[in-house]
Design a protein around this ligand. Structure first.
Ligand code: IPE
Ligand code: IPE
Ligand code: MG
Length: 238
C-alpha cells in the first residue's frame, strides 16, 4: 500500500548551520545560536497553520560535548534562558513541550526548567513540540535496551515478546508517532545520530539554508515539496 503525502503529521528538524551563520558575519558562534533560537519560535508558531501536529527539533547532540567549553557553556545558558523566556508563550500557544535525550549529564538547574515546562504544558492540546537535548540515537537505543533488559531480569517481559512493535516503547519517543519528514538545514547530507530507529521510513530533505535563515515561508515550501513524494513503505506503487 502506498500512502499519500498530502498532510505531514510529524516533522523533525536538524537545526544546523548556526556557527557558519555567525562566522559569515565575523561574529562568535554563540551569536549564531542565539539567532537560531529566535527562529525556533517562528517555526513553532507556524505549525498549526501548516497542519504539523508534531515538531521535533535537535538542539544538542550527545556528540556536541566535544565542542569548546565556552560554546557548550554558552549553549547550556541559552537553553535555560530560552525555557525561562518562552515558557509562558508556549503555554499560551497551547503547545505541549517534551524533552528527549539523556538528562543525567545535564546540570540540575536546566533539568528543573525542562521538567517545569513539561509539567506546565502537559494538558495542552496544540502542537507537540519535542526538544532533543543531549540526544543521540545510538545512546537512546542503548538506554532503551538497558531498561528492557532490566524488565526481562525482573520477569516483567518475556524475551519472545521483544519485537519491533514492543521495543520502541522503551525509547524516549515512546509517546510520539514516527517522523514523516526529517529536514536538515545548512547543506550537510547526514543524520548525525538523530532519531535512528524512528526515521526508518521518513522522507529526508536536505536544504542549503543555514538554520538562522530558515523562515516560516521556507518551511512551508519544504512541506509543499514533501507533499509531492510517493511513500511506498516497501510496497509496489498503486
Ligand atoms: C547547530 O549549528 C546547532 C548545534 C549543533 C548546537 P552548528 O553549531 O552545528 O553550526 P555549524 O554547523 O557549525 O555551522
Ligand atoms: C547535529 O549537528 C546536531 C544538532 C543540530 C543539534 P552537528 O553540527 O553537531 O552535526 P555534525 O557534527 O555536522 O555531524
Ligand atoms: Mg553543525
Amino acid at each position: 500500500m502506498t500512502q499519500t503525502t498530502a498532510g505531514v503529521n510529524h516533522v523533525a528538524i536538524i537545526m544546523d548551520g548556526n556557527g557558519r551563520w555567525a562566522q559569515n558575519r565575523g561574529r562568535p558562534r554563540l551569536v549564531g545560536h542565539h539567532a537560531g533560537a529566535r527562529r525556533v519560535k517562528e517555526i513553532v508558531r507556524a505549525c498549526p497553520d501548516l497542519g504539523v501536529k508534531y515538531l521535533t527539533i535537535f538542539a544538542f547532540s550527545t556528540e556536541n560535548w566535544k565542542r569548546t567549553q565556552t560554546e557548550v557553556a554558552g549553549l547550556m545558558r541559552l537553553f535555560k534562558r530560552y525555557i525561562r523566556r518562552e515558557a509562558q508563550s508556549l503555554f499560551a500557544e497551547n503547545a505541549r513541550v517534551r524533552f528527549i535525550g539523556d538528562r543525567v549529564r545535564l546540570e540540575p538547574a536546566l533539568v528543573d526548567l525542562m521538567d517545569g515546562l513539561e509539567l506546565l504544558t502537559a494538558e495542552n492540546t496544540g502542537t507537540n513540540l519535542t526538544i532533543a537535548l543531549n540526544y543521540g540515537g545510538r545512546d537512546e537505543v542503548a538506554r532503551a535496551a538497558r531498561r528492557l533488559a532490566h524488565d526481562v531480569e525482573m520477569g516483567k517481559l518475556a524475551p519472545r515478546k521483544i519485537t519491533d512493535q514492543t521495543f520502541p516503547r522503551y525509547l524516549d519517543t515512546h509517546v510520539l508517532p514516527d517522523p514523516d519528514l526529517v529536514i536538515r538545514t545548512s547543506g550537510e547530507a547526514r543524520i548525525s545520530n538523530f532519531l535512528l530507529w524512528q526515521s526508518a521510513y521518513a522522507e529526508y530533505q536536505f536544504i542549503d539554508t543555514l538554520w538562522p535563515d530558515f523562515t516560516a515561508e521556507i518551511f512551508a515550501q519544504v512541506l509543499d515539496r514533501y507533499s509531492l513524494r510517493d511513500r511506498r513503505f516497501g510496497a509496489v506503487p498503486a
